[in-house]
Design a protein around this ligand. Sequence first.
Ligand SMILES: NC(=O)c1ccc[n+]([C@@H]2O[C@H](COP(=O)([O-])OP(=O)(O)OC[C@H]3O[C@@H](n4cnc5c(N)ncnc54)[C@H](OP(=O)(O)O)[C@@H]3O)[C@@H](O)[C@H]2O)c1
Length: 240
Amino acid sequence: LQISQKTALITGAGRRIGHAVAKALHDKGFDIALHYLSSAKEIRHECDRMNEVRPDSAKIFQADLVDKDALKALSQHVLAWRPNLGVLINNAACFKPDDDVIGDSLFHTNVRAPYLLSHLMQTALSEQKGCIINLADVHGEIPLKGYDLYCMSKAALLMQTKSLARTFAPDIRVNSILTGPILWPEGESTLSEREKKEVLASTLLNQLGGTDAIIKAVLYLIDNDFVTGSKCVVDGGVSC
Ligand SMILES: NC(=O)c1ccc[n+]([C@@H]2O[C@H](COP(=O)([O-])OP(=O)(O)OC[C@H]3O[C@@H](n4cnc5c(N)ncnc54)[C@H](OP(=O)(O)O)[C@@H]3O)[C@@H](O)[C@H]2O)c1
């Protein structure tokens, strides 16, 4: 990989896509700042595993991304551990159906947190000629019924990517991944079998992407130093 300082902060690294990306970057020799909110058990286990492979190559950091002060503390603690941060991956997100009550926290998690964290890490990332990768969603461009707030937040993240690419140029590259169906949603967004069939049919490839599809995009965006302000489309053809 092109980047000289192989240290990455990944938000929401305890489970699912964030966890898979963290593991893949660690395998490539990165030191990993593993952020989480509630997946304490999973992330401790992964952190221990990484440190067994290479001592002091991983550290866990808890923060509620809705909380501005917690974001500030997160950036301070990560930079105290590794001042030479090269990669920030804004992966954590809130994916929930529309509900007035969650509106604020959803926007704070999906839009404000990546924005503030990008700014809080700006000096460190600039020094390393580093990069920021935002996990966006095809539903930032194509509405998903019942998830208006989520779709709007991901649309804002796409614009944030382009805006910050300009603001931080030429020192930091900022890109997003326009993600299609990668893993089935969990919790209150769990799909019925009929809904799963509809999702698969919305892709041209009639399948879920799986986390490898995102890992490949992350590695490409880290490695290619002529790509900024772009969206890497990994959606199985949903937006085609
Ligand atoms: N899965 C897909 O197929 C798909 C499709 C399109 C786009 N995406 C995007 O890809 C990214 C990863 O997807 P995913 O399905 O793996 O995500 P996810 O499981 O829905 O959430 C990832 C993590 O975000 C963290 N998180 C949520 N709210 C938080 C908060 N207030 N403060 C701190 N952390 C918080 C959680 O950490 P804890 O577990 O530690 O609480 C969670 O594990 C997301 O940005 C998502 O929008 C995914």
